[in-house]
Write a protein that binds this ligand. Structure first.
Ligand code: PNW
Length: 476
């Protein structure tokens, strides 16, 4: 219904895609069902001390058994698209470094049923092929430090695209290779929990290669599907305009943004990152022909944005601040960045301790539009964790999440006005879920999950989001 004030509403372009996102290990549970074998996150979460309170994904949101109910919820909210990930250990449970092994019909069957359920609800499925649940057998053979993992991933992608591609318009090869490489192999706060900088850089390359091989597989097996890569890019903001802070920003930008963007968009690795890390690795894992594979054209770049990255130069004269949520009590994910710090900000934060600054969203999207002219962009994740506030009627009154969403949707709108070709937005996340090293302690959902009963309750933010979708606009 049109009201006087709705003239001030921020209208999104016709056909804008409104979605939410999840990931297999964070919601499915049923880890020993349907022929699934262990992933690195099963091993990691079952290792004492790795995840808050010893939480695991064994049951999670039990989505494996409740997906029809969850799709019905999406339909009620009015989502036009849903981004989920396929668990590789369900598709080819016997994979080894040397061979993909047989395809598991029960694994394909689960995702095929989910796709059908979505289509019947009028929701377009977007599939992420890798959201961190690497088959443990591949980790045992070196994981992402090994070229064979990338090769097997290319074959796995072909299997999924051949089985589901006729019904799936968008495949996203990888989710956030930054996290897989640096949190998995350098700081060790994510599976497989290794702390070896050389391994992390080799993982960066093999993840990039895996993306390229998978992109080619999807083109072959499902020519009508579009291919995307999702990166957690950073808006890197130096604290002052000093030369030294600019240098700190260059380093972080290289490791977080350009080491992933340059090979895909330009077919090369940034020379400065290779020079900065020369003492760690000689980059000999990059073989002739790799960059041609990695730089095959993309249809869509997926961007996940949560928080800005403020940096400054660090000198030994003062204690280093570890305000990026990565530096405390464990190894750093920032390779060759000993003289960089992430100063604590006295600003509003989410329950993750992540600063709230929607300006970073606009700046980031505009930068991509400048550097990759014409490349379609989708925000494949954005959202916030906040502790639940339940009122007397039992409603979850998550005003802080609504504020976060409002300001970030306005930031996306501003980027579109400024010329960024953003065609969709996926809110992280549909459901409260297993938040990796934080377990169930952090809630990102717009739908509350009671982990004792598995009862789902839409929070106020879900009702807000349904309104946005209905009007294709951010209400004033
Ligand atoms: C992303 N960091 O993860 C993931 O794609 C989601 O699975 C996750 O639930 C969501 O963001 C919220 O955390 C990240 O430490 C995890 O910088 C950690 C970081 C960034 C993204």
């Amino acid at each position: 219904t049109q009201t006087a004030s709705s003239t001030d509403a921020l209208q999104f372009p016709a056909g804008f895609l409104w979605g939410s996102a999840t990931a297999s290990y964070q919601i499915e549970g049923a880890v020993n069902e349907g022929g699934r074998t262990p992933s690195i996150w099963d091993t990691f979460s079952h290792t004492p001390g790795r995840v808050e309170r010893g939480d695991t994904g064994d049951v999670a949101d039990d989505h494996y058994h409740r997906f029809r109910e969850d799709v019905a919820m999406m339909k009620r909210l009015g989502l036009t698209t849903y981004r989920f990930s396929v668990a590789w250990p369900r598709i080819t449970p016997q994979v080894t470094a040397d061979s993909l092994g047989p395809v598991n019909p029960e694994g394909i069957g689960f995702y095929s049923d989910l796709v059908d359920e979505l289509l019947a609800a009028g929701i377009s499925p977007s599939i992420t092929l890798y959201h961190w649940d690497l088959p443990q057998a591949l980790e045992d053979a070196g994981g992402w430090t090994s070229r064979t993992t990338a090769e097997r991933f290319g074959e796995y992608a072909e299997v999924v695209a051949a089985a589901l591609g006729d019904r799936v318009p968008l495949f996203i090869t990888l989710n956030e290779p930054w996290c897989s490489a640096y949190l998995g192999y350098a700081s060790g706060v994510h599976a497989p929990g290794r702390t070896d900088d050389a391994a992390a850089l080799s993982a960066v390359h093999h993840l990039n290669l895996a993306h390229g091989l998978a992109a080619a597989s999807i083109r072959r097996a499902s020519p009508s599907s579009r291919v995307a890569l999702t990166l957690n890019l950073a808006w890197v903001c130096p604290e002052t305009d000093s030369q030294q802070d600019a240098e700190a920003a260059r380093r972080v930008d290289g490791l977080q943004n350009r080491v992933f963007l340059d090979p895909v968009l330009r077919g090369s690795y940034p020379a400065d990152v290779q020079a900065d890390t020369a003492a760690v690795t000689d980059w000999s894992f990059v073989q002739p022909g790799d960059l041609e594979i990695i730089s095959a054209p993309l249809d869509v770049l997926g961007v996940n944005y949560y928080s800005p990255t403020r940096v400054r130069h660090w000198t030994r004269e003062r204690p280093k601040e570890h305000a990026d949520g990565h530096g405390e009590g464990h190894a750093s994910p920032w390779i060759a960045c000993e003289d960089v710090e992430f100063p604590f900000q006295h600003d509003r934060k989410t329950d993750m301790g992540w600063s709230i600054d929607p300006r970073g969203m606009t700046e980031l999207l505009l930068r991509i539009a400048r550097e990759a002219p014409g490349l379609e962009i989708m925000v494949t994740e954005n959202g916030a964790a906040f502790p639940d506030v339940v009122n007397e009627e039992g409603r979850v009154v998550d005003t802080d999440r609504i504020d976060y969403l409002k300001s970030h949707l306005a930031a996306v709108h501003e980027a579109i006005e400024g010329g960024a070709p953003v065609t969709g937005y996926y809110l992280w996340s549909l459901l409260d879920n297993f938040e990796w090293a934080w377990g169930y302690a952090k809630r990102f959902g717009i739908v509350h999950v009671d982990y004792d009963t598995q009862v789902r309750t839409p929070k106020d933010s879900a009702l807000f989001y349904a309104d946005v979708i209905r009007g294709n606009a951010l209400p004033s």
